[in-house]
Design a protein around this ligand. Sequence first.
Ligand code: KIV
Ligand code: ZN
Length: 524
Amino acid sequence: MTITHPNFGAIDDKRVIIFDTTLRDGEQSPGFSMNLDEKLRMAETLAELGVDVLEAGFPIASTGDYESVRAIAEGIKGPVICGLARSGREDILRAAEAIRPAARRRIHTFISTSPLHMKYKLRMEPEAVLEAVTASVRLARQHTDDVEWSAEDGSRTEMEFLIRCVEAAIKAGATTINIPDTVGYAVPEDMARIFTTVMNRVDGADRVILSTHCHNDLGLAVANTLAAVRAGARQIECTINGIGERAGNAALEEVVMAIRTRPDAAPYTHNIETTRILRTSKLLATITGFDVQPNKAIVGRNAFAHESGIHQDGVLKNAATYEIMTPESVGWQKTSLVMGKHSGRAAFRDKLKSLGYGELGDNALQIAFQRFKDLADRKKIVYDDDIVALVDDEVMRDHQRIKFVDLELWAGSKAKPRALLELEIDGAAHKFEALGDGPIDATFNAIHGIFPHTATLRLFSVGAVTEGTDAQARCTVRLEEDGKLVDGQGADTDTIVAAARAYIHALNKLITKRARTEPAALSA
Ligand code: KIV
Ligand code: ZN
């Protein structure tokens, strides 16, 4: 059986559409906010990964959200660009305006349908909700042929009412129907039952794409997603590294690799270029400052590491003894010695291409190349991971108001640590000397001296990018101001410089966030 969809044409029954919501459900969770440049960079990388639909944000939430959805709609080619909207007129018009420049676009509108949400959150009677479903989908259809409707808290909705809502949405013109497990409450049997019932009982269900959107509160998001697909869902809503509200959403990399690795249990096709998964995961970690845990499936640094002698012996004889997929299939490469201090610009550019970077602007390339040369001078061996850390670090800073220039330090077991810091703010150089309880404290005090602010340091962590005592340090700094949290990252062979870069990165994010109004609560 094939379905004809306004943006995808004829879709055969085995094809699943990958709907990425990293920049919407993922971005709205605490600590994961991104600025416009970061969202654009992430969107470009998601397009290269091959996602079919890219949910770029929630345009009514703030001017910043509107502008980033609009910029993604203008600049990112490939995926269908989607904007989220509650059922109200203003929400839908704002989403329509934001996605307008995209060649292929979608409005995703939603309203809660569970008894609990209707009574306490919406304070609406079911009949009024039903009317809102019809009105919202009709209005959205006036602006685009591709309209997705979601039953928020769908997995806790009474089945008879869910059927009436889905029928109303289809009648009003929805082309995708999403039934989310909003609070991560379902088990796979629930998902199978819900989707089978909708498929069998809803008039018109065979003419639309059914979609699944699972949260991970019980750690079941991926299992629930696969159960929904087996029961008829053909769109999977997911995020890179599983980020999202509370415990997150189904992880794109896990769902996709489950389908690829188990064609017997999940005989479906998709458009994801799996070798780009790791790159995408790492970029998100760099931008947000949150590394995945070491044992995270597919993208954790231990996901393909074999520690015990028995396992190592088995893998050497035949990798399939302990590896159900190859590390290369998701983008892991053998650690390689890359280049030395004699490598030129052209070789550096080629290396970037092989690591999955598109063309960097001339300015970013020049600065990144200079930093690579400095690194090669200081570090015996430069690995691929060093280059990734360095380039991500540089690209992230390309458009920022506060830039690191130089740091000199005096420290030791006796002297009071002292830092002389130079920053550039909006193009003008500023210097400040400060003392501190340690070299990092002195450096952060110097930042305060140049750029006074009231943010509080909430977290400071240091990790190594590669192995060895000459490894680059990667620091994360979390700042809080008026309840707003931001994370910054910095990498350098000098840990204190990495810390300064991370602090400055966080401050830049704070400046962006100050300009943003608070996102509206996600209620319909
Ligand atoms: O979890 C949820 O229900 C959502 C909807 C807006 C689709 O994110
Ligand atoms: Zn969600």
